[in-house]
Design a protein around this ligand. Structure first.
Ligand SMILES: *Cc1c(COP(=O)(O)O)cnc(C)c1O
Length: 459
């Protein structure tokens, strides 16, 4: 019985060509090109065949197949989206947006030859690791610097290199001391205890989740102690009965202090630790991200003592974690903005963080006005909202903002879906039965895209 039905359903599936000849199929091919549409329809048919074979009874019609193919095409490929969430370093939406200078530098590095690993002075081989070093030294006060692919990689490499030096010096089982309050998970499976294990270090936990004192570190120090790791908890806050030890005190203990400061703030933002302060306070290595509060490309940056940075460069993991030329070019341009004192104007991330709420309100008002004109009858107003820095930074830091609110009731979910399906997709939030489009994270040109998406969604 079952097998007969399965066979009948499988037989009823149309051919790829038949689907593409149907009106909906023609539209799909017109929109995405024939090759992409053909591949997507083929994939949708394969999915249907799999469902039928598994005993399910999916709807089999040309329209349903085209709809499934269209969804497959929509979700595919890296595309621009409009971030109307109010989360500035939205991890799912690509974290930092590069400055025009950084983009221009990356484009030039991509489309021309460069001195990536060529020394123009000697005419011989150079090192990709040298390019941003003078800028990083100047900005952080550190002796030396190294740029790799991301901060997770830089942390792993730093620990592996420092622990590796320890083994050379004859430590049988090099240990790294970490407070229990800092044994954190950053996200995407990056957990400090696991990274430590991977680096070859033995983890020596001290203190408790909420309280760790200097004496806890002291009591744990012995001949196997290789380093003290200080980690910025980044994406969570402990409040109440808490105590922790800062870098200045840890630095008095003797073993090198490695500070994973995470967000890479060079300017003051809501009490986030600044890289240059970690160095000034005595960290022998400070590690941070390029695409969080620094506002540059994805990168992991280590600054600190010459001895540790050169150990990191020599370590075999460095090659596996190396940054590519587009990243290095964009990073150099980003750092130049800091040195020029134009970071707040140049870097979109900082612009969004520091823009006064009144400016955001004006932007929201203008957008609301345009929407009322373009979509008469749609419920539109402006409300105070809260923006966030995001990207695992400043979890409790609320940035006063303003949002345009659309629709009401049932309509909101459907409208939010439709906005996400538009081109470019517009990503907002649904709250209290309305679609909220936060104006703080909008970039030039986004307003026009939003108006077009809303008009489309209602048509
Ligand atoms: C974000 C973060 C990382 C990971 O940085 P990526 O650049 O995403 O690899 C590591 N450590 C801390 C403390 C962080 O905040």
């Amino acid at each position: 019985m079952m097998e007969t039905r399965k066979r009948d359903l499988l037989r009823s599936l149309p051919a790829v060509d038949a689907v593409l000849r149907a009106p909906a199929g023609e539209t799909l091919a017109g929109h995405h090109g024939r090759a992409a549409a053909t591949a997507a329809v083929r994939e949708a048919l394969r999915d249907l065949r799999r469902e039928i074979s598994a005993g399910e009874s999916p709807v089999v019609s040309e329209e349903a197949i085209v709809a499934a193919a269209s969804q497959l095409l929509l979700g595919r490929g890296l595309r621009r989206v409009v971030n109307a969430t109010g989360v500035i370093l939205h991890t799912n939406l690509g974290r930092s947006v590069l400055s025009e200078r950084a983009v221009a530098a990356a484009v030039e590095a991509a489309s021309r030859y460069s001195n990536l690993e060529y020394d123009l002075v000697s005419g011989g081989r150079g090192s990709r690791y040298d390019h941003s070093v003078p800028l990083l030294k100047e900005l952080t006060g550190a002796e030396d610097a190294l740029v790799v692919n991301n901060c997770a990689g830089a942390t792993l490499l730093a620990l592996a290199a420092v622990v590796g030096e320890g083994s050379k010096e004859g430590l049988a089982q090099p240990e790294v001391i970490v407070s229990r309050g800092q044994l954190i998970e950053i996200g995407g499976g990056f957990r400090i205890p696991e990274v430590l294990a991977l680096s070859g270090a033995r983890l020596r936990e001290v203190g408790t989740t909420n309280r760790t004192r200097l004496s806890d570190y002291e009591a744990a120090m012995d001949e196997n102690t290789r380093a003290i790791l200080w980690v910025h908890p980044s994406n969570f806050d402990t409040v109440g009965f808490t105590e922790s030890v800062g870098i200045p005190d840890l630095a008095t203990l003797g073993p090198p202090v490695i500070a994973d400061v995470g967000s890479g703030a060079l300017l003051p933002v809501g009490g986030e630790p600044r890289v240059q302060d970690a160095i000034r306070d005595g960290a022998e290595l400070a590690i941070f991200s390029g695409d969080k509060l620094l506002g540059g490309p994805q990168a992991g940056i280590a600054v600190g003592l010459l001895r540790w940075i050169s150990a990191m460069r020599r370590h075999p993991l460095a090659r596996a974690l190396r940054a590519d030329k587009l990243c290095l070019a964009a990073l150099e341009a980003t750092l130049t903005s800091y040195l020029d004192g134009t970071a707040k104007e140049d870097l979109p991330t900082l612009g969004m963080l520091y823009a006064p709420a009144t400016e955001i309100e004006e932007r929201a008002d203008r957008l609301a006005e345009e929407l009322r004109r373009a979509a008469p009858g749609l419920e539109v107003d402006v409300a105070a909202s809260v923006a966030r820095s995001g990207g695992g930074t400043l979890p409790t830091y609320e940035i006063p903002s303003f949002a345009v609110r659309l629709g009401g009731g049932q309509e909101a979910e459907a409208l939010a879906d439709a906005l996400r399906f538009s081109d470019p997709p517009v990503v907002g939030r649904v709250r209290e039965g309305r679609v909220w489009l936060d104006a703080r994270t909008l970039l030039p040109g986004d307003e026009r895209a939003i108006v077009a998406a809303v008009v489309d969604a209602r048509g």
